[in-house]
Design a protein around this ligand. Structure first.
Ligand code: CAA
Length: 388
């Protein structure tokens, strides 16, 4: 039975900053950010958005009445959880109007858990072929003002429906995965910003990719010739390019050109948005699917998922004939064109306003055009609203 990604949808808030402005404010050469890191713009997350609202906003376009009545598994992958106990997926179930006889669960392993969610969904559908599973990967990438990680912030969510006979991508049963307990990036319970050993994290990412790629080739007998595109987790676009360059010498000249062109297409959206943590790999996939006109059904795509701490997975999927039907038409370009640019001073003010602590507080929601918003905190309870 073919199982995989049937539909995909994306959300990121309506605000952004230019990386050239950030470089200027931080006394850096803009080319370090634009070329050295490979980021042009960065999403700014207003206090009225969090991992739950962004997840709901991403999933909303996929919801139909039939789905609301039949969905019985909602998997929420995040490392920006808003509660130490209650799952963000329980909020999603209510906000999206999903029937109550459903399992709802939150997963955590840094940027990796979206991939685990996808694989769990595939296994569930293998046992229950008539069901669909909603997988939502949503995060706020937050390192802190004036830190070296600041240029790699961002945020947003990708929602995916997993089913039998999927419209977009079948998941091949060929995953290679590994774990190593390392401290390259983490966020203690008391912190709202990530701690990171930046250079070390980039090295571990590359080591994981190489080891899993070699293991994949050994276990499956496939070579780079079998792949039409490689898609990467993109904490910043240069990181994925470094991964690709590790395996390019295995391809002939023509294929090298093709893989580089596909990579360019896959990093287009991340370059404008920044890191999405759990959703980043799947935003790269969306970017590849939308921005590469010549992708042929039947193409084998290789996907590399990496979550600090660290866990990685490399697997492949086969592009399906009607893959465009599973995407929300023009969604990301529309969203990007409607965003509002901020000055660095405005961004810094917003960055400090993120809802924290337990004090009652009302948030100004009128400037946030999103369907789902966080309206404040009352009696230590988050107040989520559907605006339209
Ligand atoms: N023009 C062009 N390029 C320039 C330049 C200029 N004027 N100035 C510098 N550069 C280049 C540098 O040569 C370097 O390129 P290479 O990596 O190819 O050598 C690049 O710009 C970055 O320069 P630095 O290494 O000096 O940058 P930095 O010390 O400020 O830190 C960083 C960069 C480590 C990525 C930092 O932003 C960071 O810690 N980010 C967060 C951690 C992260 O994203 N890690 C990725 C792996 S972990 C992961 O994947 C999980 C996750 O999502 C977090």
């Amino acid at each position: 039975m073919k199982i995989g990604i049937d539909q995909m949808s994306f959300f990121s808030p309506h605000l952004y900053i230019e990386m050239s402005d950030l470089a200027q404010a931080r006394g850096e050469d803009p080319n370090k950010y634009l070329i050295g890191i490979g980021q042009t713009r960065q999403a700014v997350i207003p206090p009225t958005q969090d991992a739950v609202t962004m997840g709901a906003n991403a999933a909303a376009p996929l919801m139909t009445d039939e789905l609301r009545q039949t969905l019985d598994l909602v998997i929420f992958a995040t490392e920006s959880g808003i509660d130490q106990s209650k799952s963000g997926a329980a909020y999603l179930q209510r906000l999206l109007g999903i029937q109550k006889y459903a399992r709802t669960i939150e997963l955590k392993q840094a940027c990796y858990s979206g991939t685990y969610g996808l694989m769990q969904a595939r296994d569930y559908v293998a046992v229950h072929p008539d069901r669909k599973v909603l997988v939502v990967a949503s995060d706020v990438a937050r390192y802190g003002l004036k830190t070296s990680g600041e240029v790699t912030q961002g945020g947003g969510a990708v929602a995916m429906l997993v089913s039998a006979d999927p419209q977009i991508l079948t998941l091949e049963n060929d995953s290679q995965f590994m774990t190593d307990d390392v401290m390259d990036f983490w966020r203690p319970n008391y912190a709202t910003e990530a701690r990171v050993d930046g250079k070390y994290s980039s090295n571990v990412y590359q080591e994981f990719f190489k080891e899993l790629w070699d293991r994949y080739r050994k276990q499956t007998g496939r070579t780079i010739d079998d792949f039409d595109a490689l898609v990467f987790h993109l904490p910043y676009t240069k990181m994925g390019k470094k991964g690709l360059q590790m395996v390019l010498p295995e391809a002939d000249e023509l294929q090298q050109k093709e893989l580089l062109a596909q990579f360019e297409a896959s990093q287009k959206y991340s370059r404008q948005i920044g890191n999405l943590y759990t959703g980043s790999l799947y935003l790269s996939l969306l970017s590849l699917l939308n921005e590469t006109p010549g992708l042929k059904p039947g193409a084998r795509l290789g996907l590399f998922s990496y979550g600090s701490g660290a866990e990685g997975e490399f697997y492949s999927g086969i592009l399906q004939p009607k893959y465009h039907a599973g995407l929300v038409s023009n969604q990301v370009p529309d969203l990007l064109s409607r965003r509002q640019g901020l000055s660095i001073a405005q961004y810094e003010q917003i960055f400090e306003q993120t809802l924290q602590g337990s004090a009652d507080r009302e948030l100004e929601i009128k400037n946030d055009p999103a369907q789902f918003v966080l309206a404040g905190l009352k009696n230590e309870r988050r107040q989520y609203l559907k605006q339209h």
